[in-house]
Ligand binder design. Structure first.
Ligand SMILES: [Zn+2]
Length: 113
């Protein structure tokens, strides 16, 4: 499962930061996931619950922020959101493949005790 490998590396990173910060426990792990990253938040949550027990992050909350896909239309000089990989500008109907956000997959912050 794709998400299991992703969660494994995100959790590794989080635990590394927690140990550096002298944490006894991780309370919240925040992730940003673009809607076009190909990652299913539910699967990530499931992977987290499988991996966290026995680590500092056991019982921690996984907070997933979803970032919508945002495209740039050069003709109108505006951004617009779309659920698809190729998007049509709502104003001029030009197709845009200029994706600005939506592929994020990153650990944004931790709350530790
Ligand atoms: Zn346009």
């Amino acid at each position: 499962m794709h998400e299991l490998a992703i969660m494994e590396s995100a959790l590794d990173l989080a635990l590394g930061q927690a140990r550096q910060g002298g944490a006894g426990r991780v309370r919240v792990i925040r992730l940003r996931i673009g809607t076009l990253s190909g990652v299913v938040p539910e699967a990530l949550q499931f992977a987290f619950e499988a991996l966290a027990p026995g680590t500092l992050a056991e019982g921690a909350q996984l907070a997933i922020e979803q970032v919508p896909a945002c495209f740039w239309c050069a003709a109108c000089a505006r951004e617009f959101t779309s659920a698809d990989l190729i998007a049509q500008c709502p104003d001029c109907r030009e197709l845009s493949g200029d994706l600005r956000t939506g592929r994020e997959l990153e650990l944004t912050s931790l709350e530790i005790d």
